[in-house]
Design a protein around this ligand. Structure first.
Ligand code: AP5
Ligand code: MG
Ligand code: ZN
Length: 216
């Protein structure tokens, strides 16, 4: 199963990823997480991406496409993958189609988590993230069992540096201009499932499961 999860910043892509990946036994590939890992390790790629991420702008397509191509060619992607945060431009989507065509595979479904922009700022400024496993929490909507600590591995939670109001607003704007056109792109290919992302996370998960099971 090759799945793409689309949605604005804070739509719940990362929150829903684990459930989907467990269901189909596929890896979760988040380009945001991959960039943050490179940033932490101060790799050349991380250094190139930093200024864009800090501002909430997109990292240039060519840097992202190479990163994803290397990742999806790895053995653990043979049965499929969940792409979270990629593609983010029509150019990236076309590049992905080309890579898949070369490997004689194709995308099975594109999930679109629909959340209106007025909710996103609140979700992201209240988000806390585990720097070890990337799990997202929310101080109000999805708090960890022990305040400030990851349920899964006990790591102290952090606030992502791009989760401040000004940067969030730019990320939403960038989403609307560059990424929202992908909804039409995948609809035209007959791959789109739009899901109301304002419902409880467990309800969203059920709807995703039903959509993907229809593609199995
Ligand atoms: P990335 O890490 O992908 O960030 P993003 O797309 O802005 O998405 P988020 O991770 O912020 O949101 P999410 O949808 O995963 O929400 P979450 O589940 O955590 O990218 C970061 C940066 O990297 C980009 O700005 C760019 O610079 C660069 N980049 C990455 N990929 C790129 C690409 N392909 N091309 C170019 N540049 C790229 O949930 C959010 C909050 O809401 C949490 O607090 C959560 O607990 C809560 N929540 C979740 N679901 C619900 C619900 N149903 N009800 C109530 N609260 C909920
Ligand atoms: Mg995320
Ligand atoms: Zn963790």
């Amino acid at each position: 199963m090759r799945v793409i999860i689309l949605g604005p910043p804070g739509a719940g892509k990362g929150t829903q990823a684990d459930g989907i990946c467990e269901l189909f036994d596929i890896p979760h590939i988040s380009t945001g997480d991959l960039f943050r890992e490179n940033l932490k390790n101060e790799t050349p790629l991380g250094k190139k991406a930093k200024a864009y991420m800090d501002a909430g702008d997109l990292v240039p397509d060519e840097l992202v496409v190479d990163l994803v191509e290397d990742r999806i060619k790895r053995d653990d992607c043979r049965k499929g993958y969940l792409l979270d945060g990629f593609p983010r431009t029509v150019q990236q989507a076309k590049a992905l189609d080309k890579i898949n065509a070369e490997n004689k595979v194709s995308i099975d479904a594109a999930l679109n988590l629909d959340v209106p922009s007025d909710i996103l700022v609140d979700r992201l400024t209240g988000r806390r993230t585990c720097p070890t496993c990337s799990t997202s929490y929310h101080i109000q909507y999805n708090p960890p069992k022990v305040e400030g600590v990851c349920d899964k591995d006990g790591t102290k939670l952090i606030q992502r540096s791009d989760d401040v109001e000004e940067v969030v607003k730019n990320r939403v704007k960038v989403y609307e201009t560059s990424t929202a056109p992908l909804i039409q792109y995948y609809d035209d290919l007959g791959l789109l499932f739009t899901i109301d992302g304002t419902q409880q996370p467990t309800v969203v998960a059920e709807k995703i499961k039903t959509a993907l099971k229809s593609k199995e």
